[in-house]
Design a protein around this ligand. Structure first.
Ligand code: SIN
Length: 195
């Protein structure tokens, strides 16, 4: 038995389960967006953070990594771990995974992907789009049991660079967060001087 799991968010830098192989590649027809609210990892119910989900978008590809898990026991352990970790992601899809941009045939079919849908009835934590500055400000202010929301964003930015992926949504958001942090720091300094 073999299970392949695709990670496009925190699963890129932290699998959290044993695997045999890790491959860099992409899925087609989806875009990675910080549209999912996080109340259990990078925020709280009172102050949700934001994590990535996938939204259908015909023209797009989404780069990430796929993990190969083999053996019945290993598969069960990985799945039960993921069911808890990704419990705020209400959909499981089985998609084609590609290693390189020139190939028309998928390298692996039926790769498991966790998706948080935009359907508020099924996914009460879905937040959706807001202007970038607002999104950045929310991320700066959110902290959850897994740590600060900014850490998630910066770890994702680094992990994507490491696998050679350019994602303008992630880069623009990380830059907006750095700007927000600079403003906060600037304000704090000038307040200090004024006092
Ligand atoms: C993923 O990494 O594939 C899902 C989103 C996340 O857990 O950050």
């Amino acid at each position: 038995m073999v299970l392949w799991v695709f990670g496009y968010g925190s699963l890129i830098w932290k699998a959290g389960f044993d695997y045999d192989e890790r491959r860099v590649g992409f899925i087609k027809g989806y875009r990675r967006l910080f549209h999912q609210g996080s109340t259990d990892h990078r925020g709280t119910p009172a102050n949700p953070g934001r994590t990535v989900t996938l939204e259908p978008d015909d023209g797009h590809t989404c780069w990430g990594v796929a993990y190969r898990v083999s053996g019945h026991e290993a598969e069960e352990i990985a799945l039960s771990y993921l069911e808890v970790r990704e419990k705020e992601y209400d959909q499981k899809a089985y998609l084609d995974f590609y290693f390189d941009e020139d190939s028309t045939e998928p390298a692996i079919s039926g790769v498991l992907v966790y998706i948080a849908s935009a359907d508020k009835k099924l996914n009460k934590n879905y937040l959706g789009p807001v202007p970038l500055e607002m999104m950045a400000h929310q991320i700066v202010g959110a902290v959850g049991p897994s740590g600060p929301n900014i850490e998630y964003l910066f770890q994702l930015e680094t992990a994507l660079l490491e696998i050679g992926c350019k994602d303008s949504h992630v880069t623009d958001l990380a830059n907006a967060v750095r700007k927000d942090l600079t403003c906060k720091h600037g304000d704090a300094t000038s307040n200090g001087v004024a006092k």
